[in-house]
Each structure stands twice: as C-alpha cells, then as structure tokens.
Ligand binder design. Structure first.
Ligand SMILES: [Zn+2]
Ligand SMILES: [Zn+2]
Length: 344
C-alpha cells in the first residue's frame, strides 16, 4: 500500500509499504478514507518532535472504515465508519480512569500514531486499543464532517471544557488557525456574552468575519486595548491561548482580568517566562496544554445534531498520490488554506 513516510529529517516521501496486520487482541485495522495534515506533522518534518521515529507513516487525524478487529475489541466491528483518535490510551490506568488520557502510562499511551508508530496518511492504519481510539461516525454525519474529530476538534472541545466558561463571560481566543477555530466552535456552545478572536493573518480574520459574524476580531497589536474597551472588568474573564507565537503567552495573561482563567492550548517552540512579579496580585489561574481526547463520542453527537460544523475549515482536498502538493500548499499557507483533506 501507499504510505506517506518520514524518511529523514526535513523529508517525507510517498513510499510502498506492507499493509498493516493485527498485532494484539485490542488492535483494529482501519481502511482510511480521508486523512488531514496537521501542523504537528510539519514539526516532525523539521525535527522538532524528538520522539518521532524515522520510517514511520505520518498522519494522526483521519477517518475510515474498520476492516478487521482483534478478539478483545467489542465497541467496533468490520464495516463500521469511524474516527481515529490522535491519542492512544489504554482506558485502564490511573490517568485514563480519571479522564486524563493524554497521560496514559501504557507504553503506547499518548501521541503514538503518526509519531512513534505508523499513522494514517496511508491506505490502512493499525490502531492499538481500538475500543478507546475509534469512535463510530453517526449515520447522518459524512466523513468530511467527522475528519477533524480526533485531533483539532478534540483539542478545541477539551480547551473549552476545562476553561470554566459561563454565560456572563467575555472570552478571548488568541490564534485563529485550525485549532483556534475549533476552540471557537466549542466556546460558542457555552454561550458566553462575548467572544473576541485575536489573529495576525488577514485571511484568517476574514474567514472568522465571514463565517462567525457575531465574533469580534482584532489584530495582536490592538488586542490589549480592544479587550479593555470590550470587557467590563479590566480584561477578559477567560483567555484561551492557541497561537503559540513568541509574544502570545505574554499577551494572553496581560489581556486577562484579575482572577481570570488563562488556558494555554498552544505548543511553543521555546520556553516561556512567567514573570511573577509583573503579575503579582492579578491572581490568575493557568491551565496548560495536552489534550485529553476522550470526548469524541460527544463531539460526533454534536456534529450529528448540527451544533458543531467543522466542514468549512476543510478548504482543500487532494488524492494521496498528490500529497506532496498538499503539504507544499499547507506549509506555505497558500490560497487561504486552513485544513487539507487527503483522499486515501
Ligand atoms: Zn495534530
Ligand atoms: Zn491508560
């Protein structure tokens, strides 16, 4: 089968590989219909994910049809249309039982697919702990509508869930990339009084203004003043930092009102300083990133009910044979790209 492979630092290539087989009684083999490209894939390509293993198939956000399952798999069966979770988790350890599946202590736990074991930018993928890692797609939901469920939407849902948002709140979201927009969709479900989205890219701001006209938008330069002018208590009640740029950590806590919650969803390339003297007396609560992707059944239900729609985020579609072009477009942020679907 064809698989998009991490062949050396800075280089991915479409290669021919053996079709995966069941290796454990809790595995499933999934025939991929659609996969997407994530910025984490680019981090692997450029060597900033040290645990990524050379030779693995890239891809950790995909949907497909179950082809075969191990003897211990009970929740899915061959023929089921499923989403694949970015995280592999056992469902049995201390952290899994508490819902902190990102910290699963199993050796395969955490982000394994498309990083430490073969992922889904390929025709088939082997999914360990299939009862945890696969979710059935409701009948009235298409593969495209479900494509982002396992990764960026899971992250947005988790971020909104832990941020303790109420209907009185002014919520600031920094970063309107794919994860930022998914965060926005999930924050909207909490019906806060006001949502402000901060983003530097003009195309992305335009996308927000077109699709979600009720959301206020602002550039990073004007963000602090704008939030002051558009909130009641000297800043945002809740801030979600999804950008991960050099200055956005500082911007996040500076735009927060005293006693706010600041949720850090972003993954930074560099260490960030926490200047405690500068923020003394602000009494902030910080929550830090690492999605617990165990709410996919809920998000699929919300999609089925028409309450979440991530399909507009898929701006481009390519066949697997042209995945190089898809990466080139995504990496260079050309043509207003937000998310690329790859037909496998
Ligand atoms: Zn990802
Ligand atoms: Zn576990």
């Amino acid at each position: 089968m064809k698989a998009y492979t991490y062949v050396s630092e800075g280089k991915f290539e479409l290669t021919e590989k053996q079709k995966p087989v069941l290796m454990h009684e809790r595995d499933a083999i999934v025939k991929i219909t659609l996969a997407s490209i994530c910025s984490s894939d680019l981090h692997i390509k450029h060597g900033s994910v040290p645990r990524a293993v050379l030779g693995i198939t890239i891809g950790h956000e995909m949907v497909g049809v179950v082809e075969s399952v191990g003897d211990a798999v009970t929740h899915v069966k061959p023929g089921d249309r499923v989403t694949v979770n970015v995280e592999t988790f056992c469902g049995e350890c201390f952290f899994c039982k508490k819902g902190y599946v990102n910290n699963c202590t199993n050796e395969n736990g955490g982000w394994a697919l498309g990083c430490r074991i073969d992922g889904g930018q390929a025709e088939y993928v082997r999914v360990p702990f299939a009862d945890q890692g696969l979710n059935k797609i409701p009948e009235n939901v298409t593969d495209r509508q479900a494509l982002l469920v396992g990764d960026v939407l899971a992250t947005g849902y988790w971020a909104a869930r832990i941020s303790e948002i109420t209907e009185e709140d002014t919520v600031l979201i920094i970063g309107a990339g794919p994860t930022g927009i998914c965060t926005l969709l999930c924050v909207m479900l909490k019906k806060p009084q006001r949502i402000i989205m901060c983003e530097k890219d003009e195309d992305r701001l335009q996308f927000i203004n077109e699709h979600y006209p009720e959301v206020l938008t602002v550039s990073p330069e004007e963000c602090a003043d704008f939030v002051q002018a558009n909130s009641e208590h000297g800043g945002a009640d809740i801030v979600l930092e999804v950008a991960g740029a050099d200055s956005t950590f500082r911007l996040a806590w500076e735009c927060a009102r005293p006693n706010a919650i600041v949720t850090i969803v972003a993954l930074y390339n560099e260490a960030q300083t926490l200047p405690l003297p500068d923020m003394y007396g602000k009494n902030l609560t910080f929550k830090t990133g690492g999605v617990d992707g165990c709410d996919c059944e809920k998000t699929l239900k919300l999609i089925a009910e028409g309450k979440i729609d991530t399909e507009p985020l898929i701006t481009h579609t390519y066949p697997l044979s042209r995945i190089e072009e898809a990466y080139e477009l995504f990496e260079n942020k050309r043509d207003g790209v937000i998310k690329v679907a790859v037909e496998c």
